[in-house]
Ligand binder design. Structure first.
Ligand code: TNX
Length: 485
């Protein structure tokens, strides 16, 4: 998105006969390893268009900028323009500010069919975002086929009914809900994303947010405290007390899960969750207490930390890196682990100062499940209100780190979309757009200090050009005038 601002007012224009389809056109491309891998130089002149990237990724991002210049029809799935278009002569030197430009989609609370995920990859790529984080497991559903533990999807992927909305009134959708991706589906998603220079980050959330797994395999829960065999896949929202037991059985089970996950997802990072783990059952469980004593730990926080570290080492031994929500800092962070900071900036600052890589996604700034305007007509009134302008003024590097060597540990930023109340692709589009466009510009461009950012200019560019591109892409964004009646 951002790069279009650099258009140099040009006296000369090129007649473009390369078509308006997304990836075709008579573009000369090349690789110049002296550029950073994702950087590119795009030139349009009398000789045609040329894109030189630091690597294929850079060439690909350059193509996205060229699409922007060609106009909205270049965002359709097939060419429709019969007349050649003319484009201005430009030279654009461009490179991303952050290496990690992510979007998290929660496919656990509401399952999204594979086609919607593939389309999501297209939308990220068009905005030069390069990580799609799939939140694959939670209390309300397990969405990844695991061959050695088939009940995870036979049982864990389905729930009896669904809580509608959040808070009062208590409403239920009595229809069963569910679905999962086969391993081949996920391999297809990974390959499709790789063609677009997008990495899929899988998340297997543990030891909290695991009720769907416990419903499928009761031995994973704290059977000495509750009747785990009576648990079903959760139908309500919120923080759940039913957490995994800190036993060897559980460690071996999840090692098996992760072995299959690694075989599907080639990316460097694997997300193991770690968020919102209530420890009440561990406090009451003789098994958990015996484990704490046997390991010489101080408390239940250290017990969670011990579990996370176990998987950190396990992943490292297989050449991967663990990433987890910032709760993994509590009780000591595993060597080499990266932190996804969602609770304001504090955990991210602490982790960066301790030398850990950090992805910033504070819920007070970039939670796209939260409403984007005040007003009863907003369909999804969750959390704080983050307007388009708020997101445009999001700054991933906190002032305390600015200008220090630790700033480099902020490897990127992410916007997260939880789907408790976003039950289908239409709602997901509405929550994500246009705010994800503002986020993409923040993550890619070297924007000035939030107070000095020219939101009016961003809005103008949305109005004169980008909404038309989103229309061509078929995105059901929130209209600038508010929801349709
Ligand atoms: C907190 S952010 C959660 C999610 C919820 C979300 C709702 C995080 C790591 N955990 O489980 O869906 O709030 O905004």
């Amino acid at each position: 998105m951002a790069t279009e601002v650099n258009l140099i007012p040009a006296p000369r224009r090129l007649e473009w006969t390369g078509g308006s389809g997304p990836f075709n056109g008579n573009v000369r491309t090349g690789v110049d390893p002296s550029l950073a891998p994702e950087a590119y130089r795009l030139t349009v002149s009398a000789d045609g268009a040329e894109i030189v990237g630091g690597a294929e990724a850079g060439v690909f991002w350059g193509r996205q900028t060229l699409r922007q210049i060609l106009g909205p029809d270049a965002f359709r799935r097939a060419p429709i323009a019969r007349e050649p278009v003319t484009v201005p002569y430009v030279t654009i030197d461009d490179a991303p500010r952050f290496a990690w430009r992510g979007f998290m989609l929660d496919v656990a609370r509401h399952f999204l069919p594979k086609d919607d995920v593939l389309r999501c990859v297209d939308l990220l790529a068009a905005h030069k975002l390069n990580v799609l984080h799939l939140h694959l497991t939670d209390d309300q559903g397990w969405r990844v086929e695991i061959e050695r533990h088939p009940r995870l999807t036979e049982i864990g992927a389905w729930r009896r009914r669904t809580r509608r909305g959040w808070g009062e009134p208590l409403l239920w959708d009595e229809r069963p809900h569910g679905g999962f991706y086969t391993q081949d589906d996920l391999r297809e998603i990974v390959a499709y994303a790789a063609e677009r220079h997008v990495t899929i980050l899988p998340e297997i959330d543990l030891p909290g947010h695991s009720q769907a797994a416990i419903a499928a395999y009761p031995e994973l829960g704290n059977a000495d405290v509750i009747d785990t065999a009576a648990l079903e896949v959760m139908t309500d929202w919120g923080i759940n007390p039913n957490v995994l037991a800190p036993t060897d059985t559980v460690l071996r089970f999840y090692e098996g899960v992760l072995e299959e996950v690694l075989a599907i997802f080639p990316g460097r990072f694997v997300h193991i969750g770690g968020d919102e783990c209530r420890k009440d059952q561990w406090r009451k469980s003789p098994t958990a207490q015996a484990r704490i004593r046997e390991l010489g730990l101080k408390d239940e926080d250290e017990l969670q930390s011990w579990m996370i570290r176990h998987f950190g080492r396990w992943l490292a031994a297989r050449g991967r890196r663990l990433i987890g929500w910032d709760e993994i800092l509590e009780g000591g962070l595993a060597e080499g682990a990266a932190v996804m900071c969602w609770r304001w900036y504090r955990g991210g600052i602490a982790a960066a100062e301790a030398g850990h890589s950090v992805v910033m996604c504070p819920q007070q700034e970039v939670y796209l499940d939260h409403a984007q305007a005040h007003g009863a007509e907003e369909p999804v009134p969750v959390g704080w209100v983050h307007t388009l302008e708020d997101v445009y003024r999001f700054e991933p590097v906190p002032p305390r780190l600015t200008g220090t060597p630790h700033a480099a540990n902020i490897i990127g930023a992410q916007a997260n979309l939880w789907t408790e109340v976003a039950e289908d692709r239409g709602r997901v589009d509405y929550q994500a757009f246009p705010r994800l466009v503002a986020f993409a510009e923040v993550a890619w461009s070297d924007l000035p200090h939030p107070d000095e950012r020219d939101f009016a200019d961003f809005e103008r560019r949305m109005n004169v050009a980008h909404y038309a591109r989103l229309d061509a892409l078929g995105v059901g964004y929130r209209p600038p005038t508010g929801p349709h009646p």
